[in-house]
Write a protein that binds this ligand. Structure first.
Ligand code: HEM
Length: 397
């Protein structure tokens, strides 16, 4: 018999017990990086006045050797990712295809360290981009992340609460779902030990948590105006792949100080790059025909991608249910979990319809160009409906 693959230990993969894939330690960068942080603090004004690019052109090249720990590297990724996007899209109708070395060189180094592609992805917009509103250090991160009024974005293109909601509702959803990572892995372990009875409370926790994750989407509806999102926030997230119509036919060139450069074509940031959701798909035995989410793994932090690879060697909870045909109660307990996940995806389709499809249709009426693709490049509604419809369960026996 082949040895069974070991259970991955989440902490080894930069996954926090309380907050999951979301950082639990939002940090300040060392004082050496004050010039970057000043640009981030003033970003909304500098973009509004279209003076941001000039500021960057006069910026001193700072090295990455003052980044002391992982939290610093992650924060530097947020900062440099936002600054690079701002440089490219300061003029939304005439993007810059070049990012100068004083931004691009440290950004390339940070991305290499974290195992990421050189573009602002989901981890930079969401997972590592929250900060507490209160100075009170006693508020636990998981507690702060359960209340939108307690948190704000560290970096923001517009400085609005609309953008905070767009950036941070995924963070709240992820933090809510964090407990499912150890719970699901433990369920696999319990099954190995032959105590499948213990699966009932796990399934109960999964169904309740997935349903709470879906409820959190209402925070987005209440706090983010679709027009602000569509006109002011979304254009800043644009990628350089498939961006011919937006003025980037050959991708973006990241310059280095030694005269060399790297030209890339990357998609824009999207929650399709979330590791949690692909973890849930695997653990719940949901298979998708489209390979789009698999392609999005290139945009995840390297450690999170490695975690998924380790998880995919394990059986899913559906496999475990199927292995116990003598226990129909187990199948009955599994069904609400899948239904809650399907319900999340249905609610998410409503979000995309309100924030992307409807504003795009309104623009067509106004005779402007239509652009209703997702930031990761999909034609969202049919794609997302297929994902939702694949979120089902039919017992094998
Ligand atoms: C205004 C808010 C949002 C918009 C406009 C939006 C849009 C989209 C679009 C267009 C896609 C398809 C991939 C692409 O081309 O980018 C997508 C996928 C996805 N989004 Fe969102 N989204 C929003 C909020 C959220 C939130 C709050 C979450 C919660 C974490 C989320 C989770 C996902 C996931 C997991 C996928 C991958 C498909 C799936 O697993 O079902 N999105 N989103």
């Amino acid at each position: 018999m082949l040895p069974r693959p070991p259970l991955p230990i989440p902490q080894d993969y930069d996954i926090e017990l309380g907050t999951g894939f979301v950082t639990a330690s939002p940090t300040e960068l060392p004082a050496y990086y004050a010039p970057w942080c000043k640009l981030i603090s003033n970003l909304p004004c500098l973009l509004e006045s279209k003076t941001f690019q000039t500021k960057v052109d006069n910026l001193k090249l700072l090295g990455t050797d003052h980044l002391a720990d992982r939290a610093h590297w992650q924060r530097a990724y947020v900062v440099l990712g936002f600054l690079s996007q701002a440089y490219i899209w300061q003029d939304k109708t005439k993007p810059s295809a070049i990012v100068p070395a004083n931004l691009a060189e440290p950004f390339l180094e940070v991305c290499e360290y974290l195992g990421m592609r050189p573009v602002l992805s989901y981890a930079g917009i969401c997972l590592w981009n929250w900060t507490p509103l209160s100075e009170d250090e006693h508020v636990h991160p998981a507690q702060a992340l359960s209340d939108f009024q307690s948190i704000k974005s560290f970096a923001s293109f517009t400085g609005t609460r609309d953008e905070d909601a767009f950036n941070l509702v995924p963070v709240m959803v992820e933090a809510q779902g964090a407990k499912l990572v150890p719970a699901m892995l433990k369920a696999i372990l319990d099954d190995r030990k032959g105590v499948a009875q213990d699966l009932f409370p796990v399934f109960d926790l999964c169904a309740t948590t997935l349903s709470k994750m879906g409820d959190l989407l209402s925070v987005l509806h209440k706090n983010c105006d679709p027009t602000v999102f569509y006109q002011a926030i979304r254009p800043m997230l644009g990628g350089s792949a498939g961006a011919e119509e937006r003025g980037l036919p050959n991708g973006v060139t990241l310059q280095r100080s030694n005269g060399l450069h790297e030209t890339v074509q990357c998609v824009g940031g999207s929650a399709a790059q979330s590791t949690l959701f692909q973890f849930l798909d695997h653990m719940l035995g949901i298979r998708h025909e489209s390979k789009m989410l698999v392609e999005m793994r290139a945009y995840m932090p390297g450690k999170h991608r490695d975690f998924l690879e380790a998880v995919e060697l394990l059986p899913s909870l559906r496999d475990v249910v199927d292995q116990h045909p003598e226990e129909p109660e187990l199948q009955a307990a599994f069904q609400p979990v899948i239904e809650a996940f399907q319900c999340f995806r249905t609610k998410h389709i409503a979000v995309v319809s309100r924030y992307v499809s409807l504003p795009a249709a309104a623009q067509v009426q106004g005779k402007h160009a239509i652009e209703s693709k997702g930031t990761a490049g999909s034609l969202p509604i049919p794609f997302l409906k297929q994902y939702r419809d694949e979120t089902t369960f039919k017992p094998a026996h």
